[in-house]
Design a protein around this ligand. Sequence first.
Ligand code: KG4
Ligand code: ZN
Length: 337
Amino acid sequence: MTCILAIESSCDETAAAICVDGKILSNVIASQAVHEKYGGVVPELASRAHMENIVPVVDQSIKVAAALYKQSPITLQTIDAIAFTQAPGLIGSLLVGAQFAKSLSLSLEKPLIAVHHMQAHVLANLIPDEHPTYPFLCLTVSGGHTQIVLANSALDLQVIGETIDDAAGEAFDKTAKLLGLPYPGGPLIDRYAQLGNPTQFKFAEPQVPDLNFSFSGLKTSVLYFLQKQSTDFIEENRNDLCASIQHAIIQILLKKLKKAVAQTGVKQVCIAGGVSANSGLRKGIQEMGTKHGWKTFVPPFDFCTDNAAMIAITGYYKYLAGNFTDLTINPSARAEW
Ligand code: KG4
Ligand code: ZN
């Protein structure tokens, strides 16, 4: 039996998970409501909340796993390794998780595994029983990143396309702000979009070469469009505006995904990251699959947004490969991979 304790603290969710032999037994998340009134994550407040939450969250992850797993006891002493998010993210937030993981590793004399948050988003697709086999493509869409990744194996992930400016999640959140919606606006756009007409309004389409994305033009296009309208326009057209903006973002994403399938010949396609919780994107990718003969995988919501289960599954594969790190490791706000 291989038991991994995983810790995720890259942004505003303090999370811990236990994975035994590749199966997730617990996935505990403490979200931080403190940021809502500021319209975005306040790094200093995030770090403080991580400090408060990390002990109870890790405790809870072990308790839940121990209650589920009857074959042998699960305690801090019986885990085989500690995985933690090393990069990228808010440095103060990452430091809390990294220091905690390093302290546990030192005191328990257990190996330490550093995990890249974006790789973990991709590997979240390996958690469900029905999961893709290699090679597969993953569209990773979050608040900070938009990437197309070619996965040749769990530890051989290659970024073949990414955004040159805003991430897809930022496109949702920034246009939502223009519509007067609170942060994070992505889920709200999704909700209103379900009641609106996606082809009611048209916005400028980006022209970006290769498999790369651009979303800053869409935001500007929405801004200029709204500036030309009357004061009640947003109120009266909220559903259609949300549906049209969401449609524009999804079309940008799916167009490049289609190009990536054509270029690589890889027809197993999955999605990851917070924006993969979007109902229009989930439906859109499944429709593309049916139309073009792709096998598509859409992870459960809990594994789309930030969570520690994805750190645990990545930690598990790194453990099998003997990919450990030592106590000199430091977190990094930005990290290439
Ligand atoms: O992966 P994630 O939880 O955190 C980052 O690592 O960034 O992604 C957060 C992003 C936010 O921009 C949020 O608005 C977006 O995911 N998001 C959504 C939906 N749920 C979350 N965007 C559109 N539709 C949704 N249902
Ligand atoms: Zn994330």
